[in-house]
Design a protein around this ligand. Sequence first.
Ligand code: C2O
Ligand code: CU
Length: 554
Amino acid sequence: ARVRHYHFEVEYMLYKPDGSEHVVMGINGQFPGPTIRAEVGDTLDIALTNKLHTEGTVIHWHGIRQLGTPWADGTAAISQCAVKPGETFQYRFIVDRPGTYFYHGHYGMQRAAGLYGSLIVDLPKGQNESFHYDGEFNLLLSDFYHTSSQEQEVGLSSKPVRWIGEPQTLLINGRGQFNCSLAAKFINPPTLQQCQLKGGEEWAPQILHVEPNKTYRIRIASTTSLASLNLAISGHKLIVVEADGNYVQPFAVDDIDIYSGESYSVLINTDQDPKKNYWLSIGVRGRKPSTPQGLTILNYKTISASVFPSSPPPITPLWNDFERSKTFTKKIIAKVGTPQPPKNFDRRILLLNTQNNFNGLTKWSINNVSLSLPTTPYLGSIKFKLNNSFDTNPPPENFPTDYDIFKPPVNPTTNIGNGVYMFQLGEVIDVILQNANQLTGNGSEIHPWHLHGHDFWVLGYGEGKFKQGEDEKKFNLAHAPLRNTAVIFPYGWTALRFRADNPGVWAFHCHIEPHLHMGMGVIFAEGVDKVKKIPRQALTCGHTGEMLLNEGHY
Ligand code: C2O
Ligand code: CU
């Protein structure tokens, strides 16, 4: 194991991710940010310098549990103070587990602004995966808007709300095509021109060059703001082997669904006609799409990469075929040998997801509380018992039993809050996420929930309202997959179990950026008294900042 040093300078820059020029958040002049690659057991030492002139920033290492280093989780107002313009924050943490991860901004809507990149952890040299592959590719998927994240943010907090709408372009490794298509000749009627590309453009697709009759590992992670995606490669089966940094029982499919916050590894065999090239496509699912597919090409090196595939790109499955989405999701089970959940839980909390109003603002709430983060980060305020920093009344652990999840809320008024679910260190926690009808009219959408600091076991998915004592009889306690992100389907519930064994304060939230921004999240904390010395850099704001001043540390 070694220490790997990185210096990240975050700044706004002009860029053309899809051929049209916009402002994005870059790192060291790159968009997406540089890929971090390490081996299990390595320490990552990343100096983050804020080169933005008017706002703070932080970076969250999505999927890394931060065992023993909760202050390095990179969540503004939760684990640390946002890094001020001109200042540098030192992230230092161990990557203890192999897998496909990513990093992204976790302050305001900076992820939507393009602050993200890949983080890959390999097995130590000399150790091999249980599956064989000859080469690998890494695809970071995102969605791109032509409105700035500031404009989106102001719209979301306006009365009445101005929704951000659908993204203009889907990006693969930060590259997409807006005003043209790589597959124009297959679009009927022809609405887009064929892209004229030389190959060096910022928006030229990254082509996957392969040799025939080999096996490749493709790492795929989604950091979309909004879009749920489906990825397919024409003519090639995808064998899923990893999900969110955990091995799964391998299974073959024609395409995969991937929600924001998830990552997968799939294997492909390049066993198709080597005199052809093939499409790799991503398309929108789960919401009525108005964004064209994102495309790139799988090139068999036996022929030129500039030869376009002779057949149309894969057709993305119907956006509202939720049964198909469930079928895919339920195929994901733990690889044999994966630790399995304790048979019993110590505490069960039910979290009802609803859209609500607050003084004319549109909010998302959990058990009728919409999360609004405090000024002082929780980690410091809990550790140093600065109790006037947040609401010390714990938020509700359930919702009225007569709540009709098939109808819009009778009383749509919500509360704004920032209370914390406090767990005993080591407690086994069940979380039942309950979906419901939207605020007006009929409908219910998918939300991918992401937990910081832990993996959870996914115990099951069900339809309608969760029935205590009955639905749990169907829980999967034998092959429950470990993950850090799980979706709730329309009008359904999802049951998760985890052990609260990582001292710190951890966000648990919908990974759809505008939903989180509208309050769709909760805060968990455990064993904060066991947290070792929090670096001073993480505490220089709010009440912890005052505390440092009073102690005369400056
Ligand atoms: Cu990838 Cu709290 O998020
Ligand atoms: Cu959501």
